[in-house]
Design a protein around this ligand. Structure first.
Ligand SMILES: NC(=O)c1ccc[n+]([C@@H]2O[C@H](COP(=O)([O-])OP(=O)(O)OC[C@H]3O[C@@H](n4cnc5c(N)ncnc54)[C@H](OP(=O)(O)O)[C@@H]3O)[C@@H](O)[C@H]2O)c1
Length: 344
C-alpha cells in the first residue's frame, strides 16, 4: 500500500524538522524517503557526507528542498548536538552491525546515550530508537511455546557466553536508552525489527541482505536447521513514522511479519528464481527440524501497520540485488512468470 494511504489514519503533522542518525544505512535511507514523502524536513547524519556510497540520499524525492546532510559520529557528542539542535524529533537508527565486541558495544551503547543527551538539550518532542529483535529474543530460559512480545528481554549472560556481541550491544544500548531517556525527560519510543529485507536504496549491501544473497550466489551449499523472523524494510520505516506520529504510542514495538525455517526460505527463493544455485540440503541431518516460534506484532497492527507478506520481502530483495548489479541476471530468468508466482 502506498505510504500516504498507510499513514492517513494518523493526524497530519505540521511541517517539522527531524533528525535521522546514520541516514545512509539500509533502514535509515527508507526512513528518510518516507519522512520526506510525508513532508518533513530531514537532517540526516553521516560519518562522511562526501562518501559516494551516500549519494542515493540526494536523489530521493524532496531531498533537494528538505534534506540536510550533517557530518556526525555517534562517539562525538558535539557533532550530534550540531545535527540535532533545532529538531522537533530524532530517529536514532545508526549503529554498528557486527559481532566484533570492540566495534559493536561502545558505539551502540555510548552512541545511544550521546544521542539522547543531544535530544534532551534540543528539547525534542519525541525520540524513536531503532532497537532489534536481538534485544528481545536471546533468552534460553523462555519456554518454546511462549509468545515472543515486547515484554521479553535478551539474557545478557547468554549473549556474552555465546559471543553474540551484536545482540549484547543492542540489548545494553536499549536498556541504556530507557534509563537515560527517563533521567533526561526524553519521550522515547522503540521499534524492535526482526531481520529486515526488501529493496535497497543504497548501492552497498548491508548485513541482513547478505543473509539472502548467500543462498543465490552458490556460496551457501546447505541451509542451517534454524528459524528466523522477517519484515519488509518499508514496513520498518512506516513503523518508525507511526510510533513518532501517534501520541498514544509508547514503549517497545516488535516489528515482524513471519517466522520461517531456512528450509522454507530456500524453497520460496527456488520457486521464484530457479535459475540460481539455491541449496536444497540442510546442514543438520541429525536433529529434528527447528520449529518457528510464536510472536506478537499486535502493537504495530493496532497502530494501523499492514505488514507485507514475507514472500514479497524475499522477492523484492532478489529483484533489488539484480537491479543494483549485485546478482547476475541469468538467462532462464523469466521475469513475468516470476511476478505471477509472487501473486499466487
Ligand atoms: N537490518 C536488519 O535486519 C536490522 C534488524 C533489526 C535492527 N536493525 C537495526 O537497525 C539499524 C540500522 O541497521 P541497517 O540494517 O540499516 O544497517 P546499515 O545499513 O549497516 O546501517 C547502519 C548505519 O549506522 C551507521 N554507523 C555505524 N557506526 C556508526 C558510528 N560510530 N557513528 C555514526 N554512524 C554509525 C553506519 O554509517 P557508516 O555508513 O558511516 O558506516 C550506517 O549508516 C541498526 O540500529 C540495527 O541494529 C537492523
Amino acid at each position: 500500500m502506498p505510504v500516504d494511504q498507510q499513514t492517513s489514519a494518523v493526524a497530519s503533522p505540521a511541517r517539522q524538522t527531524v533528525c535521522v542518525t546514520g541516514a545512509g544505512g539500509f533502514i535509515a535511507s527508507w526512513l528518510v524517503k518516507v519522512l520526506l514523502h510525508r513532508g518533513y524536513t530531514v537532517r540526516g547524519t553521516l560519518r562522511n557526507p562526501d562518501d559516494p556510497k551516500n549519494s542515493h540520499l540526494r536523489e530521493l524525492e524532496g531531498a533537494d528542498q528538505r534534506l540536510i546532510l550533517c557530518k556526525a559520529d555517534l562517539l562525538d557528542l558535539e557533532s550530534l548536538r550540531e545535527a540535532i539542535k533545532g529538531c522537533d524529533g530524532v530517529f536514532h537508527t545508526a549503529s554498528p552491525v557486527t559481532d566484533d565486541p570492540e566495534q559493536m558495544v561502545e558505539p551502540a551503547v555510548n552512541g545511544t546515550k550521546n544521542v539522547i543527551i543531544a535530544a534532551a538539550e534540543a528539547k525534542v518532542k519525541r525520540m524513536v530508537f531503532t532497537s532489534s529483535i536481538g534485544a528481545v529474543y536471546m533468552d534460553p530460559n523462555r519456554s518454546p511455546d511462549a509468545v515472543v512480545d515486547e515484554s521479553c528481554w535478551s539474557d545478557l549472560d547468554f549473549c556474552k557466553n555465546t559471543k553474540n556481541w551484536y545482540c549484547y550491544g543492542k540489548t545494553v544500548a536499549e536498556q541504556a536508552a530507557w534509563e537515560v531517556a527517563k533521567e533526561k525527560g526524553v519521550d522515547l519510543v522503540v521499534v524492535n525489527p526482526v531481520l529486515v529485507l526488501g529493496p535497497l536504496l543504497q548501492s552497498t549491501i548491508n548485513a541482513s541482505i547478505v543473509h539472502i544473497q548467500k543462498y543465490l550466489t552458490g556460496s551457501a551449499k546447505t541451509y542451517a536447521n534454524s528459524v528466523q523472523a522477517y519484515v519488509h524494510v518499508k514496513d520498518v520505516a512506516l513503523a518508525h513514522l507511526l510510533v513518532y506520529e501517534t501520541p498514544s504510542a509508547s514503549g517497545r514495538h516488535l516489528c515482524a511479519e513471519s517466522v520461517l525455517h531456512r528450509g522454507e526460505v530456500v524453497e520460496i527463493l527456488a520457486k521464484f528464481f530457479p535459475e540460481y544455485p539455491i541449496p536444497t540440503k540442510c546442514s543438520d541431518e541429525v536433529n529434528p527440524r527447528k520449529k518457528p516460534y510464536k510472536f506478537s506484532n499486535q502493537k504495530l497492527k493496532d497502530l494501523g501497520l499492514e505488514f507485507t507478506p514475507v514472500k514479497q520481502c524475499l522477492y523484492d530483495t532478489v529483484k533489488s540485488l539484480q537491479e543494483k548489479g549485485h546478482l547476475p541476471i541469468l538467462p532462464q530468468n523469466n521475469q513475468e512468470e516470476a511476478a505471477l508466482r509472487v501473486e499466487s
